[in-house]
Design a binder for this molecule. Structure first.
Ligand SMILES: [Zn+2]
Length: 262
């Protein structure tokens, strides 16, 4: 998942780098950027293996023992838990965080009960290819539906994407990713985005982007949804290869879960 910062922040960061590189400093920008995010990427010196060195606040990316994503087993373990999902329409705008395209739901569109705790959807974003792999194999893409509970605990619902028929439910989101500066409100039917089966893998992990914060509950649906090659290509055209490599499972256990809509 991605910690959101808008294009505005990215632009300031780029401006700051440009200024720092000039011998003759340009005039100071009138607005001083507040906490300027450190630059990280998916390639080269600021890529995933170096995230822990990019900024002191990203240390967990290097030393954390409960990191995400992970490689999931080919067979879903026998279910020990059950999630309950209530999904409906969500309205929000689509924007580019600089690392992924994201739909902002602000608590609309889906509530998810897990372990007696209720979570609500904050945002959805896309990774191409998938971050989680199954038996070593990545899927064409992966959606992350980022939920929080009343205490701010994070639960990310991962939805793997296989290439096939076009997704009508995701068409408004995918279309909007190509002109994110429009600030146009998009309606997303979240229940229609999800696969028919809510069978899932569950484990405790982390954000898959800096600062790689842990204690994130992951629920990855085992049944992929379908998008057309054109739709995947559109997402890939906006952000290519925004997937962190899988991390060691360590002492953690992946358990199986079921789920129901209602
Ligand atoms: Zn993500």
């Amino acid at each position: 998942m991605s910690v959101r910062f808008r294009l505005f922040s990215s632009a300031l960061a780029v401006a700051a780098v440009t200024l720092a590189g000039c011998a003759q400093a340009a005039p100071e920008p009138t607005a001083t950027p507040a906490a300027e995010p450190a630059h990280w990427s998916y390639d080269g010196d600021t890529g995933p293996v170096s995230w822990g060195d990019v900024d002191a606040s990203f240390e967990t990316c290097a030393v954390g023992t409960d990191q995400s994503p992970i490689d999931l087993p080919a067979t879903v373990p026998a279910p020990t838990t059950s999630i309950r999902l209530s999904a409906e329409n969500a309205e929000g705008d689509v924007f580019d965080t600089g690392h992924a395209v994201e739909f902002e739901a602000d608590g609309e569109g889906e509530t998810l009960t897990f372990g007696g705790d209720e979570y609500s959807l904050q945002q959805m974003h896309a990774h191409v290819p998938s971050e989680h792999t199954v038996n070593g194999q990545p899927a064409a893409a992966e959606l992350h539906l980022v939920n929080t509970d009343a205490d701010g605990k994070l639960l990310v619902l991962g939805v793997l994407v296989a290439e096939g028929d076009a997704s009508g439910a995701l068409a408004p989101f995918i279309e909007e990713t190509t002109h994110v500066t429009d600030e146009e409100v998009v309606t997303l039917d979240v229940s229609a985005v999800l696969p028919a089966s809510l069978e899932n893998y569950e484990y405790s992990g982390s954000l898959t982007t800096p600062p790689c914060t842990e204690d994130v509950q992951w629920v990855v649906l085992s049944t992929p949804i379908s998008m057309s090659a054109g739709q995947i290509g559109t997402l890939e055209g906006v952000h290519n290869h925004n997937a962190r490599p899988t991390q060691p499972l360590g002492d953690r256990v992946v358990v199986g879960g079921t789920g129901e809509l209602g």
